[in-house]
Write a protein that binds this ligand. Structure first.
Ligand SMILES: [Zn+2]
Length: 83
């Protein structure tokens, strides 16, 4: 069960594609084995997701606890996706 910290970014100028989960809930859940945490406060933002599920699914996740925006860590972006 890999647990990864996301990368803090500035608030995107385009709100489209930004997930804003309610406090106490996750932006994404699934049947994968990866948990993503906020890069700031370490709150869990996505639980039991797969790489394919998160890759390209959003531009950022706004942490409901600290309000900061997170994106996937660099190693998880465009990872073995060849179009
Ligand atoms: Zn946070």
């Amino acid at each position: 069960m890999p647990q990864k910290d996301m990368r803090l970014i500035e608030r995107p100028s385009n709100p489209e594609g930004v997930l804003e989960p309610a406090a106490g809930s996750y932006a994404l859940t699934g049947d994968g084995d990866i948990t993503y945490r906020c890069g700031g406060c370490k709150s869990k933002l996505a639980q039991n997701v797969s790489h394919d599920q998160v890759c390209g699914a959003f531009t950022a996740i706004r942490c409901p606890k600290c309000g900061r925006h997170n994106e996937l860590p660099p190693e998880d972006q465009h990872h073995h996706h060849h179009h």
